[in-house]
Write a protein of this length. Structure first.
Length: 201
């Protein structure tokens, strides 16, 4: 009985440490910035309201615009599909915002159908392949940066992340999302991102 309890205790401690390690990684990558010259800056989608980007999406887009103005890339890829009742996709709303803020239409590409991070990045990969491009810099919220980079690298893309610093997701909500991300990453390390996506739809 004591042996079984010891084994159980070791297992619990190991799981806690494993989760804690993943949570630390989520936090660290969210605070990092891998900005560099790349073939494309990729803005991962967030909510839009009848063509108007949500504050969360605006924060990502403003950061991408700053990167574009700094010469990080001449191409910005915006991503995200739409809900059944929506008139616009997240990508369409994002592209309109970019144009309103000075980014030429020929320097914007749209991934219009992704409903998850992995689906969006699969679409991004097709855009890169079609244009014979290779490297990308992903713009998203800090809590989301690690998983986004891991998925892109899992899809054999040369990916870096540059999280926005102006996200409205802060405080306890940000921590809650970090915890959820850490749990998802911990599980995906065992079963893979594709399987995790099937289970969490």
């Amino acid at each position: 009985m004591k042996r079984a309890l010891r084994i159980f205790g070791v297992a619990i401690i190991s799981l806690v440490l494993y989760f804690g390690f993943n949570l630390l990684q989520v936090w660290c990558v969210g605070r990092s910035d891998e900005a560099r010259s790349v073939d494309a800056v990729v803005v991962l989608g967030a909510a839009q309201y009848d063509g108007r980007p949500s504050p969360q999406l605006v924060a990502r887009l403003d950061h991408a615009i700053d990167l574009w103005r700094d010469g990080t890339s001449k191409l910005i890829i915006v991503t995200g599909g739409k809900q059944l009742a929506d008139r616009f996709t997240e990508a369409e709303s994002a592209a309109a915002y970019l144009q309103d803020n000075g980014v030429p239409v020929e320097e914007i590409a749209l991934e219009n159908s992704g409903r998850t991070t992995r689906e969006s990045l699969l679409g991004v990969r097709q855009i890169l392949i079609a244009r014979k491009l290779h490297s990308l810099l992903i713009v998203t919220d800090p809590y989301h940066a690690l998983r986004a980079r891991m998925i892109a690298q899992d899809l054999d893309m040369q990916a870096y992340v540059s999280p926005t610093r102006t996200s409205p997701v802060r405080g306890s909500e940000n921590f809650r999302r970090q915890v959820r991300e850490a749990g998802g990453i911990a599980l995906s390390n065992v079963i893979g991102f594709a399987q995790l996506e099937r289970f969490t739809r």
